[in-house]
Design a protein around this ligand. Structure first.
Ligand SMILES: [Fe+2]
Ligand SMILES: [Fe+2]
Length: 152
């Protein structure tokens, strides 16, 4: 999985969401730099809190876009978002109790998740929105609404 770099191939075709993805990668990059250079745990906590808040607001915006565009796999995508936010909260709690700073394995988990999510899962709604070769385009509005329903 490539490093914390946003590339043109990551574009979802919506400028505001691309800008948020770039901002998220940049924030995670700062956190990793702080970890690697041994910055104080309180500084790392602040950057992680920033990353958490940024991620939350990005997910909200992205889910609104998916809803407006009638993306049928919205529910599954929301579930991925929700479980990542839970993981972030757990890492935040861990960092508050263990003052030695974020661990490399937690940092790597976040990096890999973010890279993969943008490159693979976000690319799926981008494909849908831009009407590229998806068989589900034959669905009726009612069928799409039914598929979007969440059961968790
Ligand atoms: Fe995203
Ligand atoms: Fe997403």
């Amino acid at each position: 999985m490539p490093d914390l770099q946003w590339k043109d191939s990551d574009s979802v075709g919506i400028a505001s969401l691309d800008a948020q993805h770039q901002g998220l990668f940049a924030t995670a990059h700062r956190l990793r730099d702080a970890m690697r250079s041994g910055r104080a745990a309180t500084i790392q906590q602040e950057i992680l809190a920033e990353l958490g808040a940024y991620t939350r607001s990005h997910f909200e915006r992205e889910e609104r876009v998916m809803q407006i565009c009638a993306f049928p796999a919205l529910c599954g995508h929301q579930h991925l978002h929700r479980s990542f936010l839970e993981q972030l909260q757990a890492i935040q709690a861990e960092l508050r109790s263990d003052r030695s700073g974020i661990t490399p394995d937690r940092m790597e988990f976040m990096r890999v998740w973010m890279r993969k999510h943008v490159a693979i899962e976000d690319a799926q709604y981008a494909t849908w929105i831009h009407r590229r070769e998806l068989p589900v385009h034959g669905l009726t509005t009612t069928e799409i609404q039914e598929k979007q329903k969440c059961h968790f």
